[in-house]
Design a protein. Structure first.
Length: 300
């Protein structure tokens, strides 16, 4: 059992669905055990300053990544931090807040393992690779409904950020231990509410995919194991091609190993479990597996 917190970094573009995904995983793991940190709080420029300079929040120069690494180190040593606060509604900074470490620290944002120092201090590096069709719709919906933008403004901002996304955010795939991808069925637009899901693991990191494939062997389930190229990095992946019946999901979890009673998440479920929901459960299992493993061999 790990004595220090386990730090999970989830990288991905704005509007990719990271926050929604992570909040669901946090509930599964137990909210009191999980600290979530949004790296947007570590922006160094407010919205007006970025606009005046013509710089996007995806640019590493617009983020205090050294402070992120320092704060991760303090949390792993069991110390509190004074975390900055960025208000997306106003585009300005609020008063810093004191944050205490917990068993599991989920750090999500644009650049959580962009630098070598961050790569060293983040225990599980995850790239959230949502299909562009989903990402576009989710970002427009969020920024209009929650952040006060007009649709035209969001679309222009997406175009303005595209080069920086490709230059700074997407290359983090090469350092990822895991990849999570949500995909609309058959590449079409409908129904976007029930996407396919895919979870990949770096081969030397592999614990979930190999065990899940073994647990599912011989059962008629909407799961497929396949090789995956992630920016030149070889991975093994499980593709979730459809909804799972609750009993099937429960059986798979128990065969994987019911770490910390995670199967309780589906014990009382009566409706089919959608691919995105099942991928959340599997991700929660992978975190629990890493947390309970010997720290020197957590990638085994």
């Amino acid at each position: 059992m790990r004595a220090e917190p386990i730090v999970v970094g989830i990288a991905g573009d704005s509007g990719a669905g990271k926050s929604t995904f992570i909040q669901a995983v946090r509930q599964m793991l137990g909210p009191d055990r999980v600290l979530t940190i949004d790296l947007d709080d570590y922006h160094t420029l407010d919205r007006k300053q970025r606009k005046a300079l013509g710089i996007t929040p995806l640019n590493p120069g617009a983020n205090d990544l050294d402070l992120v690494a320092e704060h991760i180190g303090l949390l792993k040593r069991g110390q509190k931090i004074r975390k900055p606060v960025y208000d997306h509604t106003t585009g300005t900074f609020g008063e810093p807040e004191e944050v205490a470490p917990r068993e599991i620290v989920l750090i999500q944002g644009l650049l959580p393992f962009y630098t070598p120092e961050l790569q060293r201090c983040v225990d599980i590096k995850v790239y959230f690779d949502t299909h562009p069709e989903l990402k576009l719709r989710w970002k427009v919906k969020r920024d209009v409904e929650e952040r006060g933008y007009r649709v035209e403004e969001v679309l222009l901002e997406i175009l303005h950020r595209l080069d920086d996304f490709r230059r700074y955010v997407e290359p983090q795939k090469s350092h990822a231990d895991m990849l999570i991808s949500l995909i609309p069925p058959y590449g079409g637009l409908e129904p976007l509410e029930i996407p396919w899901a895919l979870i990949g693991e770096r081969r030397e990191f592999n614990a979930l995919v190999s065990r899940l494939a073994h647990a599912a062997y011989g059962q008629p389930l909407p799961l497929r194991r396949l090789p995956l190229d992630c920016n030149g990095q070889e991975m093994e992946a499980i593709e979730v091609l459809g909804a799972l019946e609750p009993l099937s999901a429960l059986t798979l979890l128990r065969r994987l190993g019911d770490i910390n009673g995670l199967s309780k998440v589906v014990e009382d479920v009566r409706e089919p479990i959608l691919p995105a929901e099942f991928s959340q459960i599997l991700f929660a299992w992978r975190i629990e597996y890493a947390r309970t493993a010997d720290p020197l061999h957590r990638n085994a």
